[in-house]
Design a protein around this ligand. Sequence first.
Ligand code: FAD
Length: 404
Amino acid sequence: MDFGFDQRTGELHEAVNDFLIEQVYPAEAVFTAQVEQAENPWTRPPVMEDLKAEARRRGLWNLFLPGSHGAGLTNLQYAPLAELLGHSPHLAPEALNCAAPDTGNMELLAEFGSPEQQARWLSPLLDGTIRSAFCMTEPDVASSDATNIATTIRRDGDSYVIDGRKWWSSGAMDPRCEIFIVMGKTDPSAERHKQQSMILVPRDTPGVTVKRGMTVFGFTDGTHGGHAEISFEGVRVPADNLIAAEGDGFGIAQARLGPGRIHHCMRLIGMAERALELLCGRVASRAAFGKPLSEQGVVRDWIAESRVRIEQARLLVLKTAWLMDTVGNKGAHTEIQAIKIATPSMAEWVIDKSIQAHGAAGVSQDTPLAALWTSARTLRLADGPDEVHRASLARRELRKWSLN
Ligand SMILES: Cc1cc2nc3c(=O)[nH]c(=O)nc-3n(C[C@H](O)[C@H](O)[C@H](O)COP(=O)(O)OP(=O)(O)OC[C@H]3O[C@@H](n4cnc5c(N)ncnc54)[C@H](O)[C@@H]3O)c2cc1C
């Protein structure tokens, strides 16, 4: 068992780290100032395009995507790079064209899209000239059970007609988000997991209305392109916009979410590392009641516990990446669920301790901690709530005992 980087990963790790230090960290304050000044809080500020151009110039582009469409890295090679991107989760992933939800959507189009769909939508996404949204969750049904999805996709001649209401479509508040991948039902009478399909809906199609941005703990979360509520009323698109075949939607969603979940977990490790770094820096430079905060036993306990929790989570994420590379996403199903349960909670805990060590500054705009905590907390819901993953993991475990 080798815990070191191979040569390519080592070189890329160094290059990504240099990019963070030289370009991304200095851009964080500029980014915040530009977002505050922007007329539309959902647009990406100009500094993002500068970062993208520089990342591309350095060859740091589409690192997430295996195969010929992307950099061709394995999950295990990408994991430490995505972890680095998690140090600045609102800037670095997008700067390298490695940001959710586009990554999942690009993977989906690379794997299931027709050559025409790939030429029309995958190419500009790979180029970073447009963005995309994944529209599954609905306000009117418990969407953690995706079989509840009620949006209809009805065949009518050479078209499909879509009716329904979605929300939490990440990225869709950004005007550059030109394409929506919509999940709905083509055949409500089919077997439970064969009723759903996925279809490509261009943003400017008549009947599509982006109604509002959902706030996250009161924030716009515009740094991610926001999360939109969208209505689809009699939306007509060509039949060729269907992804794969009717009834394939549920299976495609499962295939899309596996890599997406591990990417979140990889970045969460980086978010926890950044929080711990900030914690240590703060307690080393501040004194209360006659001694540095770093000498308080409770603070040392947080630091030690944080290190242990981060290392545990990282090992499990790396093992999961290795399994996905060697036995495939299906074979790594249990581990993907395990990391999706363990990693957001771990990061939430570490970031919380860092906030506490910073005092009031920890909840302010002067550190990235509030935004990091918000991301970690929401990831206990997004891509499946903790409880759903726990229930499913327990079911698989009990199957070994012939129980269900
Ligand atoms: C920041 C953010 C970004 C998101 N981005 C997207 C996106 O881009 N596209 C998209 O389609 N969706 C997105 N979502 C939505 C997210 O995937 C859903 O919120 C999630 O799947 C849960 O669905 P729901 O909100 O309908 O909760 P519900 O299904 O109503 O569930 C509510 C709660 O019930 C409990 N519960 C449910 N099932 C079980 C069970 N089996 N056992 C025990 N308890 C259970 C859980 O505690 C759960 O949190 C995003 C959400 C957030 C917060």
